[in-house]
Design a protein around this ligand. Structure first.
Ligand code: SAM
Length: 284
């Protein structure tokens, strides 16, 4: 399938702050297509004006994506090429675009990604986390109870967790992250590529103080990267099982003494484990 018979749909990544962060290919595509579908035409007109691009624009946002996609697919089938852009970063990543993409694919229109900035990758590369694996969640739910429920699901997840967050929820979100996940390391990447860019590595406890320390720390756009849970080896899981069974009928001292004979683990570690279980089952 070639783009000359029918149009191509290009998913074009645009800057997440600094207007220079756009590829030569993206600029060429934005100049050459018949139409640009933009999440917010006013926001994108600043980018296009900065680069001297005067291609016609139409709005495609979360409220009109279904209806607008039908119109755009018809244009694609009639031979027009269209570039889809969002307000910032890569379209269809926590942004509109997936529905249009699916409809274009179903109509056998060629869909071409034009890669470039995305806040999650920009933040992850400066996070210092060793892993090349991570889980990108995007925006957490807005209510505290739903947010905590989601975080509970990832409590044992061993790779870094990446979230997007809005400034008016940043404090509550950081508090919930600490409460549910414990005092782990967090990288707060704020206002990436912009004048007030801030990248800090803190513990979740420190992060709460950091937000309170300066009103400006709560402003702007945020990517949050939270360290994964410590890896629990099979041997630790077995030890926990043994201890929990022993504690069903024995005292801490008795359970530790039998676990010592069964496992040969360090007495100090077994005591710590037994007390942890004991406290969990017998909260004061
Ligand atoms: N499609 C975009 C992408 O590829 O990154 C994401 C769009 S999503 C609607 C917007 C969210 O991305 C913001 O609320 C923020 O969490 C994050 N974000 C976007 N630009 C950012 C920036 N310059 N610095 C930090 N976070 C940013």
């Amino acid at each position: 399938m070639v783009c000359s018979e029918q149009g191509c749909l290009y998913l074009v990544a645009t800057p997440i702050g600094n207007l220079e962060d756009i590829t030569l290919r993206a600029l060429r595509i934005l100049r050459s297509v018949e139409l640009i579908a933009a999440e917010d035409t006013r926001t994108s007109s600043r980018l296009l004006a900065h680069h001297g691009i005067s291609t016609a624009m139409v709005a495609l946002h979360e409220h009109n994506e279904q209806a607008q996609s039908k119109v755009l697919v018809r244009k694609l089938l009639s031979g027009q090429s269209i570039a889809l852009i969002s307000d910032a970063g890569t379209p269809a990543v926590s942004d509109p675009g997936s529905r249009l993409t699916r409809m274009a694919q179903e109509a056998e229109v060629k869909v071409v990604p034009i890669p470039g900035p995305s806040a999650l990758i920009t933040a992850f590369c400066v996070s210092g986390f060793e892993s090349s694996r991570f889980l990108f969640y995007g925006f957490l739910p807005v209510t505290a109870s739903a947010r905590r429920r989601v975080l509970e699901e990832f409590k044992e997840f061993v790779y870094p967790l990446i979230f997007y967050e809005a400034p008016h929820r940043i404090q509550d979100c950081i508090a919930d992250l600490g409460e549910v996940l414990g005092n782990r390391k967090i990288v707060i990447a704020r206002e990436l590529t912009k004048f007030h860019e801030n990248i800090v590595v803190l513990t979740l406890d420190e992060a709460r103080h950091w937000l309170d320390a300066d009103v400006n720390h709560k402003k702007g756009e945020f990517v949050l990267i939270v360290e994964g849970a410590p890896v629990r080896h099979d041997i630790d899981i077995k030890m926990e099982r043994i201890m929990s069974v022993l504690l069903e009928t024995l005292s801490v001292r008795e359970a530790v003494s039998i676990a010592l004979k069964l496992t040969g683990a360090r007495k100090k570690d077994l005591y710590a484990l037994a007390l942890r279980f004991h406290q969990k089952n017998d909260p004061v």
